[in-house]
Design a binder for this molecule. Sequence first.
Ligand SMILES: *Cc1c(COP(=O)(O)O)cnc(C)c1O
Length: 401
Amino acid sequence: MSILKGECPPTAGLPLLLGDLAGRGGDFAQRLAGFLEVPAVGIACSGTASLIIILETLRRRSKRTTVVVPAYTCPLVVFAIARCGLQLRVCDVRPLSFELDPEALAKICDERTLAVVPTHLGGRVADLAPVIAIARRCGAYVIEDAAQALGARDGGKSLGLAGDAGFFSLAAGKGLSLFEGGVWVAADAGLRAELSDTARDIVPRGLLMEARRCLELLGYALAYRPQGLPFVYGHALRRALRENDPVAAAGDCFSPEIPFHRVSAWRQAVGSSALARLPAFQQRLARRAAERLPRLAALPGVKVLSDPPGRRGTWPVFMVLLASEAMRDRVLGVLWGAGLGVARMFACALPDYEYLRPWVGECHVPNAREFAARSLTITNSPWLDDAHFEEILGVLARFCR
Ligand SMILES: *Cc1c(COP(=O)(O)O)cnc(C)c1O
């Protein structure tokens, strides 16, 4: 296998320019609202913190106590729910999908359900109509986890507006990044006002943590390039793979201590400056996806998730499903750790993380387990050139016949 000069990131994040660090980007919240074409957004210190603010707000409105999440999603969602003192309910997904299974959801929802949290994963847009219908029927709110889909549109509108509220992540590698950051949106002006009130009430200044984030953002700006990525990503990945630790390799080791603090004007201004380049960057990613997706989909035994008509996702990665776990593992045996941006989204279904045991009970989620076992991701980073993409296609063709 030819060696790339450096390393591709597992998802296509927008690289920062040194000029962004001058912090002259203008009002971040206002510009983000403009980019998303929504009346207003709230900025938080992470996607998880945004979810905490939303849950805390809904909790003030209602006596209900449980929150339903898909069984294949980010473990941080579990910690956000726990931190709000709410009870987690895990729901299986549709076959070969990350989307909540309507039949399973209808069985789980009841008069205790405060909210349902469908996920839009890897830039793909989930079909919310059945989820919203079921939630409405039982009187629950819908919170869209669009952490990985900033800028995606459904019927021409930003994600987060079809449900009651939604959030995006600005963590490293998730499109636009402040190293860590989050954004919340809500269609209803009354709820937006309550979300702002909650944030004002419960988010401490947290200067020390914010100072650390400022340094980390500097480091991210310097290291997020092929020559830097081995040091901040690749070496640790390969160590985790040598130690046979897929949870660490997938970057899924999280702590229940969620940092909670305000985002400084400087970091917001950096984000604002980078945001000016995001529309053109996302268009380029979409064009390359339109070229590469058919190549992947044409391979026998390979299925790639894409958008049905009306939904326009973003393209940080390709989410690929192979015919069996054994094939997927053979492919990853060659490519995960090869520096080409081939990886796993989440290592397993929520009930299969050892460290989530205190929060996630044993549950029957065969579809989520199958999705975890048969899926892999391929970066859509501009740094993955055609020659290396052909190598990935070659490995898939060799192992998937
Ligand atoms: C990353 C992620 C989150 C959490 O966002 P952070 O900004 O990392 O706190 C939540 N849900 C999904 C699906 C994610 O990928």
